[in-house]
Design a protein. Structure first.
Length: 309
């Protein structure tokens, strides 16, 4: 089953620009209405092109997360680093995060942002002792930092961590694995042949772990694609990233079926995510699958598959 659809790449620049202008006008109309039209903002974030610019994201992302921007906490300070049990691991992860910053950014500016990244993470953890740091969390936080700046990023990440990312921040990975267990039932519903091949190869779902827990921030090289996905995920149900993971696998059906039917070969193929994905097509497809196969149905099928093992 092919998920490829015609793209809009062929439309004339003036048509694209007029569509973009219309969308910007609609976004500001939703922002300026009283009360703010959050439903319209969600539709704009999901629809083709997402929120278009970081300037708009600074205004819309807080509305999607219901975060008040008129009373933000002060920027976190470095005093949080003393005696913090996560500090050393956070420091290691942030130091390894060079490729998450725009190429060509001066070292001094990047190093300053890395310091801010550490402070945001530690402040969120300190204010929410029920949350546990995981490797990959910094990939999500750096996206918010680069788009909205330190103070607003701290507020947005805190809200996100206690809602969308909550299952990833438990002391164990049990709930994360539970979400990964939704992947195969989605694939089975759409393409039983592909599902059976992957089951025969015993590939499991661990190849999609970094996709899920970083909202694809760790595996996509182009920052534009990352923020486009964040627009989508922020406007949708917290489980939407697993639907997006499923449509990537479904899109690569032929590559997978052409692979040797063994764990190492299929895992290697799937863990190397292509950078030229048709993002708008896949976003639309993930939304369709969410409606067709809601999480309640996936939970039932995942439990059924576990019982059959």
């Amino acid at each position: 089953m092919s998920l490829r659809r015609p793209s809009l790449d062929g439309i004339a620049p003036h048509e694209y620009n007029s569509k973009k202008k219309r969308k910007v006008a609609e976004i500001y109309q939703a922002l300026n209405s009283d009360p703010i039209d959050v439903a319209a903002l969600r539709r704009m974030a999901i629809s083709e092109g997402g929120l278009l610019t970081d300037e708009i994201r600074c205004k819309v992302w807080p509305k999607l997360l219901n975060v008040k921007t008129d009373d933000l906490p002060p920027a976190p300070g470095q005093e949080l680093r003393e005696d913090n049990e996560d500090y050393q691991q956070v420091l290691l992860d942030v130091r390894r995060s060079l490729r998450r910053f725009p190429p060509g950014m001066p070292d001094e500016q990047r190093e300053g942002l890395q310091e801010e990244l550490i402070d945001i993470i530690l402040q969120v953890l300190q204010r929410n002792p029920q949350l546990h740091y995981y490797q990959g969390y910094h990939d999500i936080v750096v996206t918010f930092l680069l788009v909205v700046g330190e103070r607003l990023a701290t507020a947005l990440v805190e809200k996100l961590s206690t809602h969308h990312l909550r299952d990833f921040m438990d002391p164990t990975m049990d709930n994360t694995k539970h979400i990964l267990n939704y992947l195969m039932p989605i694939i089975d519903q759409v393409n039983p042949e592909l599902h059976d091949f992957m089951q025969s190869a015993e590939v499991g779902t661990i190849f999609a772990l970094s996709w899920l827990i970083t909202w694809f921030g760790h595996v996509l090289a182009d920052f534009r694609h990352v923020v486009r996905l964040y627009d989508f995920f922020l406007a949708c149900h917290p489980l939407m990233p697993i639907y997006f993971a499923a449509v990537i696998v479904l899109y690569r059906e032929q590559e997978v079926l052409d692979c040797e039917c063994d764990m190492a070969s299929v895992h290697h193929l799937l863990s190397q995510i292509p950078q030229d994905l048709p993002y708008e097509t896949l976003i639309s497809r993930a939304g369709d699958l969410f409606v067709q196969f809601p999480p309640s149905e996936l939970a039932r099928k995942a439990a059924q598959q576990r019982a059959e093992r």
